[in-house]
Ligand binder design. Structure first.
Ligand code: ADP
Ligand code: ADP
Length: 232
């Protein structure tokens, strides 16, 4: 389970203090697909960067399965980061590497031997339905295929949590649908928790179990989709 308590992030920018996240509380259950929606500037990216351990909170705690991420030593931080997968709007694939090379990359970073990481990468490429593209380069793939590579790569270290930052925002409706179906399948098969940030209502309605609306660094609404977005 993910439990966030009183999370706060303030930036000190040239124009003064920016209160990006303001005492945010949130609980996400194992295996849940949780959607986060909110206008530009609401604090979505800041929240995801803290969940991804790229940024340290000003105050508050992020607890994943009993471990407080804000208390970890730098050594343990690296291990914890490997247990969090991330997918991006612009895929962030390495253009000089094939599909296999991209998916195997996090395993290489983690120090897994060549034979083992290629085996694991091939398994994941099959899971996302791209076995016939294993030796292709990103430039030879469609947007939807690139995101499926991104998903396979995010799963390489068997993460407990998958973070999705506008992962379908650059895709056409058909590819969006395929990527969402893949995420739902992965959640079912791997019992992974997914937190996804999006500005697309359709995405929220299609696959999220629960949703929160973020505004000015605070959650202003939270609940089941039907409770929040059905008209009275
Ligand atoms: P969103 O992703 O919802 O658009 P952000 O998390 O990017 O929101 O931004 C939340 C607020 O924090 C905004 O006012 C933004 O300008 C500010 N902010 C984000 N990152 C920084 C930073 N590195 N330095 C200063 N201010 C920042
Ligand atoms: P997005 O919301 O699409 O992720 P942003 O434009 O909010 O993109 O942020 C892009 C980068 O700029 C982030 O790394 C963020 O930390 C930084 N940033 C955002 N707002 C500010 C700001 N007011 N001052 C300094 N850096 C900022």
């Amino acid at each position: 389970m993910i439990k966030i308590d009183n999370l706060t992030k303030h930036y000190h920018a040239a124009q003064g203090k920016v209160e990006a996240i303001n005492g945010l509380n949130l609980e996400v259950a194992d295996g849940e697909i949780f959607g986060m929606i909110g206008p530009s500037g609401a604090g979505k990216s800041t929240l995801i960067r803290m969940l991804n351990l790229l940024e340290k909170p000003t105050a508050g705690t992020i607890n994943i399965n009993g471990t407080d991420l804000t208390e970890l030593s730098s050594q343990n931080l690296r291990a914890a980061r490997q247990k969090i997968g991330m997918i991006f709007q612009h895929f962030n694939l390495l253009s000089s590497r094939t599909v296999l090379g991209n998916v195997a990359f996090p395993l290489e970073i983690a120090g897994v031997g060549k034979k083992k990481r290629q085996e694991k990468a091939k398994e994941l490429i099959e899971l996302v339905g791209l076995s016939d593209r294993t030796d292709h380069y990103p430039a030879q793939l469609s947007g939807g295929q690139k995101q499926r590579v991104g998903i396979a790569r995010a799963l390489a270290n068997n993460p407990d949590l998958l973070l999705s930052d506008e992962a379908t925002s650059s895709l056409d409706p058909e590819s969006t649908k395929a990527v969402l179906e893949l995420l739902a399948k992965i959640r079912d098969e791997m019992n992974l928790t997914i937190i996804l940030i999006t500005h697309e209502m359709g995405v929220i309605k299609d696959i999220c179990d629960r949703v929160a609306v973020l505004e000015a660094g605070k959650i202003i609404e939270e609940g089941k989709i039907i409770d929040i977005f059905s008209s009275p």
